[in-house]
Design a protein. Structure first.
Length: 412
């Protein structure tokens, strides 16, 4: 395991220039065209976006049901990009999660839309520091990455009492992977391994292929466990970042797990949390969204009914009945579309639901132990060398340091 050094900048681009990287692969456009960056407003929908940009509403209503569902996945507050020729929208790129975005494009006198991959690249980093103020603030001050600080605390929540045990002078090291898009942190970090040294004793945490955190002996440390929200007959559609449509012939993501079940089957909260939405949500029909601790959110769609008392602001316990299975919205039969989001990004629910075992076994354990040994060595080196790294992206006046690609010939 090698420690990746700080990323070096490639080129400095002005704000307007950097956007050409976004749209450059979509064809030639007029030099008079302008590119804009904006935040997707709370309550804005794809339909209202079409109205605002004088796109025929028939474009929306003619979309396949699966594409209309994807439109309901647009994240409020996310950055999206538009390309205009005078006041005419030529193209738009609207993220729906870390890996996929909606590409709206003008073709002749009409418009089309398709889900396409988000262009980004990933780099692995290792940081180490001594606790000075608070563990959370120290990580943020070093990296500028609040998600990394939150995820570190979440990773160690199963083996550390932060209030009672962590003191000034304690040390930590983290090996993690970060995505970059247009020179900025993009999405959530992926912590691969970390250690917290308290009273000269290291507490190691290693992420396994199943997404859970384990100690060096292969014991599961994950404390935040969600449960399956209903009794179901089968999974009719799995979470996928790109399923090929059998008729249209192109790939589109499916950002949730569909549980087929009889109409009126009770649906229960997958974990403790606060209801942040209860009502009708576009193609998802009757929908409930619950905000949980540690940046997790669950979505329950196509419900037949929402239980009385389940409204915005209501706090629920794990197992609380919130509604029943139905087929409202764009649904071909009774089922529950169950979505799970971490820091606003859709993740595979199956990998985060309650596990049935606490220890790895057999060949799976052997593979894990070998990887854990390598990570332990790398973390110890980071602590001994005290390798401090600054955030790999910084603002320079009104320009940006932009990272094109880790494979770019100019990358050095």
């Amino acid at each position: 395991m090698r420690i990746i050094k700080q990323i070096k900048p490639i080129k400095i681009f002005r704000n307007t220039l950097k956007f050409w990287l976004v749209f450059g692969t979509f064809g030639v456009f007029s030099h008079a065209a302008t590119i804009q960056e904006a935040k997707w407003e709370q309550g804005q929908t794809l339909l209202t976006f079409f109205e605002k940009n004088a796109i025929p509403l028939k474009t929306y209503y003619d979309l396949a049901p699966e594409d209309k569902e994807l439109a309901d996945e647009i994240i409020s507050g996310s950055t999206y990009y538009t390309l205009y020729d005078d006041s005419t929208l030529l193209q738009a790129l609207i993220p729906i999660n870390e890996n996929s975005q909606l590409h709206v494009f003008k073709q002749g006198d009409s418009y089309g839309m398709r889900a396409i991959p988000v262009v980004y690249f990933s780099k692995e980093h290792t940081i180490s520091l001594s606790v000075d103020n608070s563990l959370y603030n120290d990580i943020v001050n070093l990296t500028g990455d609040s998600f990394l600080a939150s995820d570190f605390i979440q990773a160690h929540k199963g083996n550390v009492n932060f209030r009672k045990e962590v003191r000034k002078g304690d040390q930590l090291a983290v090996i993690y992977e970060r995505k970059y898009r247009l020179g900025k942190n993009f999405g959530s970090p992926n912590i691969k391994a970390s250690t917290l040294k308290i009273n000269n004793k290291n507490r190691y945490v290693i992420r396994h292929d199943d997404g859970h955190f384990y100690d060096l002996q292969g014991n599961n440390l994950t404390k935040y466990l969600l449960t399956v929200p209903l009794q179901y007959k089968r999974i009719s559609s799995h979470f996928s970042m790109g399923r090929k449509h059998p008729i249209l012939g192109y790939k589109r993501p499916h950002l949730g797990t569909d549980y087929a079940a009889p109409r009126h089957t009770p649906i229960r909260a997958s974990g403790d949390g606060k209801v942040i939405f209860a009502g009708t949500k576009g193609g998802y029909g009757r929908t409930v969204i619950i905000q949980h601790n540690n940046g997790y959110r669950t979505l329950y769609a196509h419900m037949q009914k929402i239980e009385r008392g389940i409204r915005m602001g209501t706090r629920v316990k794990q197992g609380k009945r919130i509604g029943t299975v139905g087929s409202t919205g764009l649904s071909t039969g009774p089922h529950l579309h169950f979505g799970l989001y971490r820091n606003g990004n859709a993740v595979n629910p199956i990998k985060h639901l309650k596990i049935t075992h606490s220890k790895l076994q057999g060949k799976e354990k052997e593979t894990f132990l070998a990887n854990a040994k390598n990570y332990k060595k790398a973390l110890n080196i980071a602590l001994s060398e005290d390798k401090f790294q600054n955030t790999p992206f910084k603002r320079i006046k009104d320009g940006y340091i932009v990272y094109l690609s880790q494979d770019d010939k100019n990358f050095n």
